[in-house]
Design a protein around this ligand. Sequence first.
Ligand code: AMP
Ligand code: MG
Length: 417
Amino acid sequence: MQNKNKYSCINEFDPSALDEVKAIARITKSIKQIDKSEKVNIKQSFGRVCFENIKSKISIPSFRNSAMDGYAVNISQLKKNNYILKQTGISLAGKPYIKKLKEKETIRVMTGSLIPQNCDAVIMKEMVQIRKSSITFPDTIKKNQNIRFIGEDIKKNNLIIKKGKVIDYIDLGILSSIGISTVKVFAKPIVSFFSTGDELVSITKRLRKGEIYDSNRYLLFGLLSKLPVIIKDMGVVRDNELAISNKLKECSKISDVIITTGGVSVGDADFIKSALKKVGEINFWKISIKPGRPLAFGKINKAKFFGLPGNPVSAAITFQLFVIPAIEKMLCSRKHKKLIIKAKLVTNLTKKKGRIEYKRAILTHDNGDYIVNTTGLQGSNILTSLASANCYIRLSAETDKVKKGDYVDTLPFDIEI
Ligand code: AMP
Ligand code: MG
């Protein structure tokens, strides 16, 4: 009798493969937050993870100021004086007028300038009538109009940036606005990586029959460059268990994380698993997703180890799904939850049951609806269909087909504006 669990061409269920959620949980559980920090000036803190809770020592605005170019008035005086006043001064941003408004007086104010203590409205320049010695105001003025109040943006002692926040351009604006010039950030974890494969050739050499250029190291370099880590490119290692073990040992002495690509499957020249067993510990080495089933996770001394698959798309996806959460845990970095957008399929799609499947796709919108279409060939070696994609479609393990017009989960890549 046939084994029910045996995975075949109609069902890809593999009982020894870990599901994605459990795999991420096992990875993050095994990782501790790093406790080293460094103080840097705020320009250097861009993209780094904040190590401290930052409170503001001042209010923003720190003084009442004008939101417009116009005239500062005291409404009660206006009413008394039949909406006609005389201009007796000017307040510019950085050149304040520090006296009080007197009876029958108004002053010219510019955006951002300090306004007199007893002023309770600013009227836009365009709303007044200017004559030689007098200015006539409309009678529709509302109290506090066009005035920016102390602390309306930031209140003194408010928590501005939480530990774990990735410092972005907005934070640089906010930190500088409250007069903070240096900030404590998490030290960068050291991530080393190397490719494995007898077929791999450096991009500066000529290819011979059966050889390919080593592209994964460049792909990984690009992926890692977006993170606050120190990148160590450790080159290429041949398909040889001893050579791989030695390189892993060497990397473990200098790294917090080690990443390899290739050699992690069940082929005759796949030595990652056995090398890892010799020099470290395997936590798991198979996950039930496509692309990317072979993925070894473990440790060598204190360094965490990720053996990613050799196919470039599988390497990219497994990096995004499993390595990034690990690095985020190390840095305690809190990002917004990943967006999942339900989108309407433009074509029919099929897959085998048993694994979650990620398809490269383009997400657009039309008439208030999200629309999604795949970007072509979906083989795990086809990097160009990843290049033209802006999201993944995620199909559950139980799904075997979805039809044109069905709504599917899409995971947009990092959205930047
Ligand atoms: P492997 O996981 O070693 O069985 O490799 C799977 C596929 O990925 C094979 O077609 C390899 O030639 C390819 N591959 C492995 N490493 C790389 C690399 N560094 N750059 C580009 N392709 C690779
Ligand atoms: Mg290989």
